[in-house]
Design a protein around this ligand. Sequence first.
Ligand code: SAM
Ligand code: SF4
Length: 326
Amino acid sequence: MIDGFGRRIEYLRVSVTDKCNLRCVYCMPEQGLEWLRKDELLSYEEIVRIIATMAPLGLRRVRITGGEPLVRRDLPDLARMITAVPGIDDLSLSTNAVLLDEHADALRAAGVRRVNISLDSLRPDRIDAISRRPGSAPRIMAGLDAAERVGFDPIKVNVVLMRGSNDDEIADFAELTRERPWHVRFIELMPTGSNLDLSRDAFISCTEALGRLRAIGEIEPAAGPGGNGPATYYRFPGAPGTVGVITPMSHNYCERCNRMRLTASGQLRPCLFGHIETNLRDPLRRGEDLVPLIAETLRIKPERHWLVQGSDVGSGGLVALSQTGG
Ligand code: SAM
Ligand code: SF4
């Protein structure tokens, strides 16, 4: 699959639910989001039919995301169905890890090879405050332990940086990579309809984060854990893990984009942001051929996003990243 700007698209992020067991301050409003009805959600069979339609076109890698994917029942069944699709050679999961301890073994056995875990602080009280779900920290830590135990590799830890909330933990997160083979990635806060004040007031660029890292020790550019993702990686000499930065706001990396997104309601989105999405669910349910719809969505994939810090003009009406899978 080659888009209108010559980018090779081989990666699909599949959101399996818009619901979540956390309410991270930068992602979802505390309340007020309307959930999809059950009949609006793609079934696992429908998700797999879309993936199986895209695989012969060049889809190779799939990531399951959400909302929180582990709140959807029997997720390992979906993982097993996806890895059985000919041509799909990589399946990964993005999770907040609250439920990972219970499901890690089954997910690994079903073919999930690697995980991205959201962890915005190493301090339980701050995890409570950022996630707005007190008491989740011990379960998240158990989820991280489980990820190591079952052998997900690589383990990436995603940290959304917020001034005044967790930016004083940049060094602590980076120090973790000297001890563990984790890939800690600092992510710049992106504006959506529900976080405009926060994204204006608490934004901190990864350039600043890297400056603070250099102050604690020498870091060198590193290859990173594979995949053609948006992160740029560094390493403390001899460290088993890496530190990455994901800079959607300060350094746009859209020219390297290799992905499309499928929302939980079956909309194919060529870009995380913006208004363009193609309804695949209803044509699929009517038994229509999806290939022309996929080809047209690919053709009109935008060259880049047009996000503006503190404004929702570029987010295309998106209220929360949980709605599209982040
Ligand atoms: N619930 C799962 C999780 O938290 O990993 C998967 C879905 S979540 C929407 C996917 C990623 O998007 C997470 O790493 C999260 O930190 C990130 N994210 C959500 N809202 C964001 C925002 N406004 N700016 C930057 N990253 C954001
Ligand atoms: Fe839920 Fe993930 Fe959004 Fe946090 S970032 S509210 S865990 S979907």
